[in-house]
Every structure is written in C-alpha cells, then in structure tokens.
Design a protein around this ligand. Structure first.
Ligand code: THG
Length: 283
C-alpha cells in the first residue's frame, strides 16, 4: 500500500518498504507561548523559521496546526500554509478539525496534501470526506466516533473499518487513507501505550493501510520526554506505523536506527548519512 503526497516540486511516498516518514509537529501553538502570540498578531516569521529548522532536521512533511482560542482558523490556516510553501518545498499536512479552514487551505495549496484529519464521527465524515474527494488529497483517519475514543483495540479497529468503508463508498481509494490509532500519555494511564500498539497491529493485519501516530502525546507530563518518545517510536515502527508526527530534531536518529534494524535502510545509507550530519562542526 502506497500513499503519495506532494508539494509543487516534491513527492513523498509512505509505504511498508520505504523508510519511515517523519511529519514535523512544531508548527502547532499548543504549549508554545511565543508562537501563539505571533500567530495571534499575524506575524509569520517564527512559522517560517520553524519550517526551515524542521526540514534541516530531515522532516519529510510538515504538520500545520494553528488552532488557537479566539483565532479565525479559516483565515489564518491558508496564510500560514502559504508562508510555509514560500519557505520550504516539502509536502504539508493540514491539521485542523475545522472543515472551513481545511477548504480555505486546500484552495491555496499546491500539490497533493495530507488532511489531518477525519474521524468516525458523522459530522466529520460528512464534511471532510467530500474535501478529500474534491481535491484528491490523502487523509488521516482518527479512531474516534460519536461515542468518543474507545479504550480497547477491538472498538478502535471497528472505527478504522468504518472510515475506510465510508471513504470507499465515495470513491476515495484505501491507499489515500492513513489510520491514526491514537497515542495518549502513559503518564496518565500506563495501559494506554499497549492499547495503541495492539490497535496498530490489528489495523495493519486487517486493513493493510498506512498508519501514523502523534508520537509526542505518549510522554505528556513526564520528565525526559524524548527518551519515552524514542522507545515508543521504535515500537510503533516495529508494529507497523509507516509515518509519525513528531519533533524531527529529537526523534530522527531513533527513526533511522529503527528503520535500519527492520531492513528499511539498504546498506545503512540513511543511518550513516544522519550520523555524519550530526557530527558536522557546529552541530
Ligand atoms: N494525531 C494526529 N495529529 C495530531 C496529533 C495526533 N496533531 C497534534 C498532535 N497530536 C501532534 N503534535 C504535537 C505537537 C507538539 C506536542 C505534542 C504533539 C508537544 N508540545 C510541547 C508541549 O505541549 O509541552 C511543547 C513543545 C515545545 O515547546 O518544544 O508535546 O496524535 N493525527
């Protein structure tokens, strides 16, 4: 199963036999005071800087999230998307639960983006899938429905089925759907990591689709977050995740090491390249 996304000039392929794709998470105001204030003031300099830094850290795709209380996402998201397209040439992942904001961003986007996200909730399926169809995008499907987020793999798997079925009924191919089995803090609930990893295995086995996770969610509230995130990233990749939303600067080395161990890095070329990059003077 291959999911292809693109910018105006570059294509990224997400598949089992390819290196794990990293979606840079840092253009997101959650927990970031400076970025929040800048976005509220319409100042996009920090956004451009974060875009450049993440691509230098070998993010393959950038997630763009501007959801902030008191901000009109439908006017801000397309402006931020334009600013990032003007700065870097990687494909973008449009991270919004607001269909109007997604539609506005899709109008300015050049290439085939990843919409983040649709859920199994009726209102989401009804509003977001038509955008996926109209613009021919790929989409991340979250295993959440009108009843909430189930705490067991069986019910999460059922929601993944529902999203894939509803998309197929609209003529959206399975290869354009990436399922997110949902990661939560193991600081809040130590059983949540296992539920997520189990769901990944089952969705992979039954649906064969590409899979993603928000890897940094797993360590909220804990010290030394990168350590926990790295362990989770390695296990998620082994279980079948093919792309990850994460901080590239922090987890790229572990992703390369995991790909190497799992036979996804011929001649260890990418692993060695990353090692050399880290050893460059000034790094
Ligand atoms: N699945 C999908 N999309 C997602 C998520 C997911 N989008 C948003 C989120 N979850 C993934 N992105 C982030 C971005 C930042 C952080 C976690 C997840 C994070 N930020 C630090 C904090 O809040 O403490 C602040 C960062 C800093 O200042 O350096 O942890 O699960 N499909």
């Amino acid at each position: 199963m291959e999911t292809r996304v693109s910018s105006a000039t570059r294509e990224v392929v997400i598949a089992d036999d390819q290196p794990t794709v990293l979606i840079g998470e840092r253009i997101n105001p959650a927990g970031k005071k400076k970025l929040s204030a800048a976005l509220k003031a319409g100042n996009l300099e920090i956004v451009s800087r974060e875009a450049r830094t993440q691509v230098q850290a070998r993010a393959d795709i950038l997630d763009i999230n501007v959801s902030l209380f008191g901000v009109d996402e439908a006017s801000l998201l397309p402006r931020v998307v334009q600013a990032v397209m003007d700065t870097v040439d990687v494909p973008l992942c449009l991270d919004s639960a607001n269909p109007q904001a997604l539609a506005a961003a899709l109008k300015v986007y050049k290439g085939k983006p990843l919409i983040n996200s649709v859920t199994g909730e009726e209102h989401s399926l009804e509003k977001v899938l038509p955008l996926v169809k109209e613009y021919g995008t790929a989409v991340i499907g979250l295993v959440q429905d009108d009843e909430g987020i189930p705490n067991n793999p069986e019910q999460r798997l059922a929601i993944a089925h529902k999203i894939v079925d509803r998309a197929r009924a609209m003529g959206i191919p399975r290869h354009d759907i990436i399922i997110d089995c949902l990661a939560f803090s193991v600081g809040a609930d130590t059983s949540s990591g296992l539920v997520t990893i189990d769901t990944v295995r089952r969705v992979k086995a039954e649906l064969g689709v590409n899979l993603t996770l928000g890897a940094s969610n797993v360590s909220f509230g804990l010290p030394d977050r990168t350590l926990v995130n790295s362990a989770f990233v390695a296990m998620a990749i082994a279980a079948g995740v093919t792309c990850l939303i994460a901080d590239a600067a922090r987890v790229r080395p572990m992703v390369r090491a995991a790909d190497l161990v799992l036979g996804r890095d011929k001649y260890a070329r990418r692993y060695i390249e990353a090692y050399r990059q880290r050893r460059k003077p000034g790094k």
